[in-house]
Design a protein around this ligand. Structure first.
Ligand code: AMP
Length: 145
């Protein structure tokens, strides 16, 4: 109904914000704030090694009383990454986020990460799609009267 995630990426752009797994949590948080994102893909060289999000800062750093200047991202990231392909449907991606209780999904094509989608990106896309649908319905109804 809402198309493929590749269309969302084409509109949003394919840039993925990353951090090296050896970076400190303080460095990662600075990067998130500078770029205005809630998640970073954690890299080990050229390989994705995990994901680190603002939720991890709350649960695994602040609530665990750990020092962000001393703690490495590798110690508090989520290692088991769930990723999707560009030909996933938008609804499937939303269902996956709801079922797994996270708000970020890296998109992988031929072994390479080509984008990162957040629940906010998908919500915006669905809203835009529905607004367009309403606009077309109104034009149809008004045109016919
Ligand atoms: P979020 O709601 O995206 O801030 O993340 C909630 C929790 O799920 C955090 O512990 C994240 O590290 C983890 N997480 C987020 N996205 C993914 C993903 N695509 N695969 C695996 N874990 C994730």
């Amino acid at each position: 109904m809402f198309g493929l995630v590749s269309s969302v990426l084409a509109e949003k752009g394919r840039h993925v914000y990353t951090v090296e797994k050896t970076a400190t949590v303080a460095e990662a948080v600075r990067e998130m704030n500078e770029k205005g994102v809630g998640a970073l893909l954690v890299m080990e060289g050229r390989r994705p090694a995990g994901i680190f999000t603002e939720r991890d800062v709350l649960r695994r750093v602040v609530d665990a009383d750990k020092d962000p200047a001393l703690l490495r991202v590798a110690e508090v990231m989520t290692r088991h990454l769930v990723m999707i392909a560009p030909n996933f449907r938008v609804e499937e991606a939303m269902e996956l986020m709801t079922a797994r209780r996270f708000r970020h999904l890296p998109v992988v094509e031929e072994g390479e990460v080509v984008g990162m989608l957040s629940s906010g990106d998908l919500m915006r896309w669905v809203t835009m799609d529905q607004e367009e649908h309403i606009r077309q319905m109104s034009a149809y109804i008004n045109g016919g009267s």
